[in-house]
Design a protein around this ligand. Structure first.
Ligand code: MN
Length: 505
């Protein structure tokens, strides 16, 4: 059975606290959604502002394959603005629960029903596809809800969507609830919120109950705890209901599954909503293995500890080096870092890593690299070297750093300010290396090893360039020097990896 995907990343998703997308960003996300096969894209809410309408118009003018939808209330003005934006469909949202009627709208069920019928007729008269969403359906009197759906279907509503606006269903209730609408003879959409972390589970149950479409967002962003994550629902449908023996699918979607990971990355980057590392399907750790037993199993047959392969969704497998690492995981990471080693060398590196781990130290990639290079007798020349750094800081001055770097035969001198001296130093450094490599700082961690103010400072950073992530450290008495050195170590490591794997460029 084909399940249709209604994406609301640009509407419900944009209602994520702190997220506001420019026209350009909306257009880029919409293009990607169209490219990966989303059936309906809710591009926004035309009534919101003229800027929002500009964004929706930019999207409708692209001639995408996806149906383009705008949100609308039961007001003619809302629908008129949708028409101005030339959308294919409207998602008319009608609050239906007593709670919403009494406190939000101060209206009766009858008022609401009449309004809904009127606005659906109006939209149909103007050639729009109509999805009728009943807000807070899961706290609405079921008889009234059915009456509302029937009356609006009679005047032309093409699809209905009973919404679990505050995420109070559980999977069994979702199954039973969505089953209630099977006899209405129009497609039913599920719209589940994630207040109890059940949006995806409830959406899957709704589909089992008879919903043939679902609303969701990329990465599950949205108001409060968010919406059903499209990538999780799609992979759930694809994998969890397939026949184990024949691999025959019970449910299919039009989504290009191998584009899931890069779509997630794009949305995360453009919305500035970062993903938790353990996020299902698309998180950094979704296919990462540290433990020796797991890493060993996975490298012999990935199915041992992975339900699906990372390649299926366009993600990649990572082996993390730590004290739980096994020889095989270590070898994989060395290969990823472009360091060729034979079995005997791997054993020697392995022993040294275990040693560090037993001393309670985190093993960063630069530690691994330093050990490996020693064992493999490689001399890696750091491309970028710190020559001079000067910091001015105090309580009545903006922290300022100037930095001199040696890059092969040339010198780079840069300066910048920052929140504090470390920030100023890293900003100046970033300015200096900007033309060489584009770096994103993922994590910055500082420890004072012995606890006193004269302690050695241990700085660990995690840096990212493209799809490559490395960790690096430096330990020095001076926090600024330690930070700059750790950062530079990571940068040099990334440059080295790029040099050894030119296909990554
Ligand atoms: Mn919603």
């Amino acid at each position: 059975m084909k399940i249709e995907v209604f994406d609301t990343t640009l509407r419900d998703g944009e209602q994520t606290p702190g997220v506001s997308l420019t026209k350009n960003k909306k257009l880029r996300i919409a293009s990607k959604l169209d490219e990966i096969g989303v059936n309906s894209i809710e591009a926004g809410s035309a009534i919101t502002s003229s800027g929002e309408r500009e964004s929706i118009k930019a999207i409708t003018s692209q001639g995408f394959k996806s149906e383009i939808v705008s949100f609308a209330r039961t007001l003619k003005q809302d629908v008129d603005y949708c028409l101005e934006c030339d959308v294919d469909a409207v998602n008319i949202v009608v609050p239906t629960s007593d709670l919403h009627l009494k406190y939000k709208l101060k209206k009766t069920q009858e008022d609401i029903l009449n309004q809904a019928v009127e606005i659906v007729s109006y939209s149909k008269d103007h050639g729009l596809n109509v999805e009728l969403s009943a807000e807070d359906s899961t706290r609405t009197d079921i008889n009234f809800l059915k009456k509302l759906f029937k009356s609006t279907i009679e005047v032309g509503a093409d699809r209905i969507c009973p919404c679990d606006t505050v995420g109070i269903l559980n999977p069994l209730k979702a199954f039973r609830f969505y089953k209630e609408f099977n006899d209405l003879n129009v497609p039913v959409s599920a719209h589940c919120h994630n207040d109890f972390g059940l949006a995806v589970a409830n959406t899957l149950s709704a589909i089992e109950g008879g919903a043939s479409r679902f609303h969701g967002t990329i990465n599950g962003i949205g108001e409060r705890a968010g919406n059903a994550a499209i990538e999780e629902v799609v992979l759930g449908l694809d994998t969890l209901y397939a026949n184990n023996k024949t691999n025959e699918k019970k449910y299919t979607t039009d989504i290009k599954i191998n584009q899931i990971y890069n779509t997630s990355k794009l949305v995360s980057r453009l919305t500035d909503v970062y993903l938790q590392p353990n996020k299902a399907i698309v998180g950094d750790n979704a296919f990462a293995h540290e433990s020796g037993i797991h890493a060993d199993g996975v490298s012999k047959n990935s199915a041992t500890y992975e339900p699906i392969t990372p390649e299926l969704v366009g993600h990649r497998r990572r082996f993390i080096i730590g004290k739980h690492v096994g020889r095989r995981g270590l070898k994989e990471r060395l290969n990823e870092l472009g360091l060729e080693s034979d079995d005997k060398q791997v054993c020697e590196i392995f022993d040294k890593i275990k040693d560090l781990g037993d001393k309670g130290k985190t093993v960063t990639d630069t530690d691994l690299e330093a050990i490996a290079e020693q064992v493999l007798e490689i001399d890696n020349e750091n491309k970028i070297k710190l020559d001079e750094i000067t910091i001015v800081s105090g309580n009545k001055i903006r922290p300022t750093a100037s930095i001199k770097l040696n890059v092969e035969d040339s010198e780079i001198i840069e300066a910048d300010v920052g929140i504090g001296p470390v920030d100023a130093a890293i900003n100046a450094l970033n300015k200096g290396i900007n033309d060489i490599i584009d770096i994103e700082l993922l994590e910055f961690h500082v420890d004072a090893i012995t606890g006193g103010t004269d302690a050695l400072i241990d700085v660990i950073v995690r840096l990212k360039q493209g799809d490559q992530i490395v960790s690096a450290r430096s330990t020095e008495p001076d926090i600024i020097n330690a930070s700059v050195e750790a950062y530079l170590n990571g940068v040099n490591r990334l440059i080295e990896i790029r040099k050894k794997n030119p296909q990554l460029n």
